[in-house]
Write a protein that binds this ligand. Sequence first.
Ligand SMILES: CC(C)(COP(=O)(O)OP(=O)(O)OC[C@H]1O[C@@H](n2cnc3c(N)ncnc32)[C@H](O)[C@@H]1OP(=O)(O)O)[C@@H](O)C(=O)NCCC(=O)NCCS
Length: 385
Amino acid sequence: MVGTENTGLRGIRVATSRISLVDGEAGRLLYRGYAIEDLARWSTFEEVSYLLLYGQLPTAEQLRSFSHELASHRALPPEMMRALRAQPLSAPPMAVLSSMVSLMPGTCPDRDDDSPEANRRKAVRIISMMPTIVAAWKRLRRGQEPVDPDPRLPHADNFLYMIWGEEQSRTMNRFLDVALILQADHGFNASTFTTRVVASTRASIYSAVAAGVCALSGPLHGGANAQVMKNLLDVNDPDSVEAWVAEQFKHGRRVSGMGHAVYKTMDPRAAILQSMAHRVMDVRPEFRWYEMTERMIIATQEHFRIAKGREIYPNIDMYTASIYHAMGIDPDFYPAVFAMARSAGWTAHVMEEKFPCHPVKPVLYRPVCTYVGDVDLEYTPIEKR
Ligand SMILES: CC(C)(COP(=O)(O)OP(=O)(O)OC[C@H]1O[C@@H](n2cnc3c(N)ncnc32)[C@H](O)[C@@H]1OP(=O)(O)O)[C@@H](O)C(=O)NCCC(=O)NCCS
């Protein structure tokens, strides 16, 4: 039975937040009041993390000290590195990442301290260590030794350094920095809502973020960018894109990287990444993925218009796919890179949930569902069934 109860909480306001504004009608995204276009142009991931966590842009001195604190937590404690090395090589990156975040309290000096200051320190540890976990797992899985983080490098540069074992070009480093900025927060999406639900039980920030990683791993959320790249690799020929898209629509399949639950116009993050994806061709001229991406978008829009009589637009995942590919990141690691970025937003949301400004909502999230199952059934002993 389907009733008006089956909202999936769409459009239902469940809390107030000061962290990000997602305006689906206008295609606008603000972090703490600042347009992402400005942040993508002028800022860095470190500065955006500070902004999300502290609620305001840092001074030069505050940013220096915050960046230093972030860099100082990059190295994994030996216990965590041992746990990482003990994983079977077939373990999916997001499963590894959520497990490793769950293990963080074991080596955290602030473990039993739930004060705002301790939670902020834990947030920094999470944001700082997640790239080390992702890069180390990527290398271990390929039979390579992990590369120690370099505390002298900025956050994005250091991640690519740990992936490749050598520093990457300024262009690639900046592309990653911008991609991380653009994915740092996005209102009450499924994974952020998950972290807030977990935090509302007064569970630790580590549990909340680990749950966020799990929620992000699904193909309709953080897994979409990996699916986009798998699709591009499967098609592999620009001239076959249109036929491939037609086939998807014939079988009622969704084209990953298209559509959005909130934006009913162009995803503003996709608009910024589109030019970056195009510029990747300056660095990697052999790349056909941008051309294929654009053809996939146009073909999907044409089919969608015919099927639904309305427009559909590319989302952020459509463009991060080919950009990450150019950086040498394997598709099944894309959601983990997304999680690295979103760790800034998740931790800010956990802080807001644990230490709310007024008006304060009831402590626990506790929605209700309409029960439509059987009632008053007679229990039959097992030997009689
Ligand atoms: C993101 C997503 C889950 C939003 O879903 P949604 O809120 O239900 O989307 P809408 O209400 O705008 O559209 C629903 C209709 O459009 C269709 N549709 C939505 N996205 C589609 C896509 N990418 N390809 C083909 N059809 C799509 C759905 O099949 C649905 O049709 P129906 O009503 O006949 O069942 C959906 O667009 C999707 O699955 N996209 C692909 C996965 C993806 O890129 N996710 C990353 C999001 S950042």
